[in-house]
Design a protein around this ligand. Structure first.
Ligand SMILES: [Zn+2]
Length: 643
């Protein structure tokens, strides 16, 4: 007998359903399936491979034993970094999003074991941090700058909220609430009689807002707001990295650009957006919009990755975007997507969904191997074969962050406002959505992101609107088209906006959206010196790169592409898990023998470049780079004449 389906629990990723300043309501993870194509395959790998592989790593690296030792169950020294508890918390969050739809008993057992570990390590007063309990007993909250107690707490709260939303169980939520109550009693503004302090790594702010949404306890919202408002006045004593690293150099509303440690900065703005959604402080939203606009215009890689500098894992100055030395931590890309998701809820503007999609494809997925077993922490845009994904890291923030992001992805696909269903992302799958009291089912049939045709079959009667995102990458003259039941619909399809289709729908109506995906050559702002004279290749929402595996014997640094030559688009089911590759003519023109042992020459003494030697170009999606024999990779290719 088939087991009964799991109870339908509305489990949105970020629950702004009752947030007074949200412009869009979330569609729960539980309401959406992704059952084919790129995201179907990636979500399957997350469930079938990554979650189990990561649990084994949590065990073998001593992270779980740290909890057992606090509970007195093993006798071993603390192992790892001060923030290692968060790896379990993020894993629990990831697994919870999977349990929303698949109550796999084996996974549920692991989740229960994880929760038991949290319960066992929690102190009688609610405190929970294995590093402090084992190594620094009696010294709680004494090194907020470096030791991540509140950061760890934040990840616990997010896991607790996800588990409660996904399963209805209050077990982990109770653990979170006890710690949150302790934190609210401990921290507060001067004059409150409480400790005036902030954490060196933002995270607890957005997590407390979500805990408020889940429990209705306003003190969590107030404490989140306190942590945001207390930052920027030097409470952290910047130390070697300086106050900017911690975003403690000026108050939030005085920030002019994203600066300092990228993940900290991006979790910070996530928390600020969550606070805006609840409190409606327009000065917060104005600051957020200013920071986002400037980041996109001057600080993001063409991948969508954020954080140019290895030094301090930080944002760079305007146009400081080196390719080989790009830092672009996977967690920073995830945090940027989380911010976009929140800004989309706050404004309803398609530009945030555009960057969310681009970042998912071109900055988050590259951090993950195709087999689901290894991960990149740093994501360069050019490489000579040295960067390879690892099964785990000493600082393992990225792997479980990827797992939770992919597991919760169904919750990013749609949004609602009144009787309008917003389609933010296109992906093969189905959704059942409550639309102003009416249940509407939608089925997306598409090969997106490899093909721009999307068919939406509607199961719902009556009048309502579909708001279809026309991505910003669509060219105005490319001929995007929309039809319902085969009849063209003449509404403006403006790239970077939502196209509203309001009508009286009948069961089985079919809407067809066609988003042409010509190959595009991009160039970078002239102030980005590393990209001067270079081109990047894109098609639809996908960024491409060239890899040595497809160009044996070719020095990729010398590879020239000529934008005058069209590239052939080819679906290759056996390449890199099934991708669209680009093929065409390119050329190689070596720099000449005279340069062999010379670094500088008087102008005029270098020989003219030789005749170009034609070679075949194969460009593959950057999201799949580094999955074959180690070798060179380049996103930005020399612009030349391919002859
Ligand atoms: Zn990370």
């Amino acid at each position: 007998m088939t087991p009964p389906p799991p109870p339908h629990r509305p489990a949105p990723v970020v629950d702004v359903a009752r947030s007074p300043h949200a412009r869009l309501a979330p569609v729960p993870v539980s309401a959406v399936t992704l059952d084919g194509g790129l995201w179907g395959a990636r979500t399957r790998a997350d469930v079938e491979v990554s979650l189990l592989q990561q649990w084994e790593q949590l065990e073998s690296t001593g992270r779980l034993d740290n909890f057992r030792r606090v509970a007195g169950k093993v006798d071993r020294p603390f192992r790892g970094r001060v923030f290692n508890d968060t790896d379990l918390y993020k894993w629990l969050e990831a697994a919870s999003w999977v349990l929303v739809r698949d109550r796999d008993p084996a996974l549920e057992r692991l989740v229960d074991q994880g929760i038991e570990l949290c319960e066992g390590a929690q102190q009688p007063d609610g405190y929970l941090d294995t590093y402090y309990s084992l190594e620094r007993a009696g010294q709680r909250w004494t090194d907020l700058r470096d030791n991540h107690e509140l950061y760890c707490a934040g990840h616990l709260f997010q896991a607790a909220v996800a588990h409660h939303r996904a399963t209805g169980s209050e077990r982990l939520l109770r653990v979170g609430i006890r710690l949150a109550d302790l934190i609210c009693a401990e921290f507060g503004p001067p004059g409150s009689g409480r400790r005036h302090g902030i954490d060196g790594h933002q995270e607890v702010e957005m997590a407390l807002v979500e805990l408020y949404r889940e429990t209705g306890q306003r003190r969590y919202l107030e404490t989140a707001s306190y942590f945001l408002e207390a930052r920027g006045y030097g409470l952290l004593d910047g130390g070697w990295f300086g106050r900017t690293y911690f975003q403690d150099h000026r108050p939030f509303r005085a920030l002019e650009q994203m600066a300092g440690h990228a993940v900290r900065a991006l979790y910070y703005v996530c928390g600020a957006t969550d606070l805006y959604l609840e409190l409606g402080d327009r000065t917060l939203l104005q600051t957020l919009e200013r920071l986002w606009t400037r980041m996109v215009a001057r600080q993001l890689y063409v991948t969508g990755g954020a954080g140019s500098r290895h030094e301090g894992e930080s944002f760079g100055d305007d146009h400081e975007l080196p390719n080989g030395r790009a830092y672009t931590e996977t967690c920073a890309a995830i945090a940027s997507a989380m911010w976009c998701h929140r800004m989309l809820a706050a404004t309803g503007e398609a530009r945030y969904a555009d960057l969310l999609e681009w970042t998912l494809h071109n900055a988050i997925l590259p951090g993950w191997s195709l087999d689901g077993r290894s991960y990149l922490y740093v994501n360069p845009l050019e490489d000579d074969g040295g960067h390879r994904r690892q099964p785990w890291y000493d600082c393992a923030c990225c792997p479980p962050n990827l797992a939770r992001t992919v597991a919760s992805l169904p919750g990013y696909v749609y949004g609602t406002r009144g009787d309008a269903l917003f389609v933010h992302l296109y992906a093969q799958g189905a959704a059942t959505v409550d639309l102003g009291g009416r249940t509407v089912a939608v089925r997306q049939s598409t090969r997106y992101p490899w093909d721009g045709r999307v068919e939406l079959e509607i199961e719902g009667e009556g009048e309502f609107a579909l708001q279809l995102r026309i991505p910003g990458w669509v060219g105005v003259g490319d001929g995007a088209a929309l039809s319902v039941n085969g009849k063209a619909v003449s509404i403006p399809l403006r790239p970077g906006t939502y196209a509203p289709v309001r009508r009286r729908w009948n069961r089985g109506d079919r809407l067809e959206l066609s988003l042409p995906m010509p190959v595009r050559f991009l160039e970078a702002h002239p102030y980005v010196p590393e990209d001067g004279g270079r081109l990047a290749l894109t098609r639809g929402p996908i960024l491409y790169c060239a890899e040595a595996a497809d160009h044996p014997g070719v020095e990729l640094r010398d590879l020239e592409v000529d934008p005058a030559h069209p590239l052939e688009v080819s679906w290759e089911p056996d390449l890199l898990g099934g991708v669209v590759a680009l093929h065409g003519r390119a050329a190689v023109r070596g720099v000449g023998e005279v340069w062999r042992d010379r670094l500088y020459l008087p102008l005029g003494e270098a020989p003219a470049p030789g005749e170009p030697r034609p070679v075949q170009l194969t460009a593959v999606p950057y999201l799949a780079w580094g999955n074959r024999t180690p070798g060179a990779m380049r996103v930005w290719l020399r612009r030349g004449e391919a002859g």
